[in-house]
Design a protein around this ligand. Structure first.
Ligand code: NAP
Length: 374
């Protein structure tokens, strides 16, 4: 038996190849998980773009002499235990978690509970525990078999969306909502991204704020069709934002020129939250920026705060309720926000490379969500 792994050049993300390696025998305490399917979105491209700085390459190191130059991008998806040398994990168990773009992965489960376990492989010991945790589907309140694809595509993103909305409200919009006569503007870049529209979905349920989507001209109609933005502008229409309105920038694009223009235009910008970098070829620092210094959004900090205030159980319950509401809207059979494109069978391997290049270039239909397997 061999493992297929999709790898990319760390310094030239357009270069990719598929590698096949014979599977080594499992060590005592390990399990071999067959990766059934995984999602690929811009979030995974960010893992690659920040692979070195934020250690994403270290989760699934590429074996071999050229392992420094090539990396394996982490993805979210579902797998099934195919072989087990762990006394408490049976063959056939279904798992959700952070996987390599590969056909299988070997894990060393530790800290088992009915809901989850952690991979205790030595090379992952210093990496963020959120990514080392595997959820056991049989006890997972988020899990339903029919929503697996949407879970892979949206669950990690929506959790962030929910936390961004909660964080801004929790901080009284950093003073932007203080004037009772004006609704502060929440300005979301890359408004067509799944994480942005999850955020807009949550924000639209609140009163007293106006949610404005900023996107490429070709994605304006898509963003308008979602119905969660009160207004959608193309990047070229930035000047149409009322310059003197209190505002918050929620930046999913990471585009340095756009950030600079928006900071200069919005004279009452109360806060600038840096979430991601979908515009991978336009990233850059925040030098000579007018207004507040952008602050990197760190989701685990808000989880920790709410977990302390509400307790982990209530926090979990609120997240599950919001997720179910979001899922019902996104997967609405009459007006779906997302159309899952599943690639399987003979053509699946070629589809991985094609989908990867499409997501990397950001030129695909924002309504499409790729579900892949190797
Ligand atoms: N900090 C966190 O904890 C956290 C968690 C989750 C996600 N994120 C970040 O949120 C962002 C969105 O992720 P996602 O997975 O939701 O994205 P997605 O749905 O795959 O986003 C697709 C959209 O991103 C823009 N885009 C993508 N690639 C591009 C390119 N090469 N050039 C120009 N535009 C491009 C386009 O939107 P427009 O035309 O509208 O610009 C495109 O429609 C990512 O940067 C991700 O890292 C951060």
């Amino acid at each position: 038996m061999s493992t297929q792994t999709f790898v990319v050049r760390k310094d030239r993300l357009q270069s990719s190849e598929l590698r096949s390696l014979p599977a080594a025998p499992l060590a005592e305490g390990q399990v071999r998980v067959h990766i059934d399917s995984f999602a690929l979105t811009s979030n995974n491209i960010t893992y690659a773009a920040f692979g070195e700085a934020m250690n994403y390459w270290r989760f699934f190191p590429v074996v071999g002499a050229d392992g420094a130059a090539w990396g394996c991008i982490p993805v979210w998806g579902f797998g099934t235990v195919a072989e087990s040398r762990h006394p408490d994990i049976a063959v056939g168990e279904r798992l959700y978690g952070y996987f390599p773009m590969a056909s299988s992965v070997d894990l060393t489960p530790a800290r088992l509970s009915p809901l989850s376990f952690s991979d205790s492989a030595p090379h992952r010991a210093e990496l963020h525990p959120v990514y080392n945790q595997y959820t056991r589907c049989s006890a997972d309140p988020f899990y339903t078999a029919e929503s697996e694809d949407l879970q892979s595509l949206l669950r990690p993103l929506f959790t962030t969306s929910w936390l961004i909305d909660d964080f801004l409200a929790d901080n009284d919009y950093f003073g932007a909502a203080a004037d009772p006569n004006t609704h502060p503007l929440m300005l979301l870049s890359s408004a067509s991204s799944k994480t942005a529209y999850g955020t807009a979905f949550q924000m639209a349920q609140r009163s007293g704020i106006e949610v404005v989507g900023l996107t490429s001209a070709r994605n304006v109609a898509f963003c308008e069709s979602l119905g969660c933005y009160s207004r959608v502008l193309s990047y070229e229409q930035l000047g149409e934002i009322a310059a003197d309105a209190p505002a918050i920038y929620v930046d999913f694009a990471g585009n340095a020129a756009l950030r600079k223009a928006l900071h200069a235009h919005c004279t009452r910008l109360a806060y600038s939250s840096s979430i991601g970098g979908t515009h991978v070829s336009e990233l850059g620092g925040g030098r000579d920026l007018a207004g507040p210094k952008p602050v990197l959004f760190f989701a685990p900090a808000q989880i920790k705060k709410r977990s302390g205030e509400w307790g982990p159980q209530l926090l979990g319950q609120r997240l599950v309720e919001a997720w179910q509401q979001f899922l019902a809207t996104v997967g609405d059979k009459q007006r779906p926000w997302l159309q899952v494109q599943r690639h399987s069978g003979e053509a699946a391997v070629a589809a991985v490379a094609a989908a990867y290049l499409e997501v990397l270039a950001g030129q695909g239909d924002p309504r499409t969500g790729h579900i892949l397997s190797l």
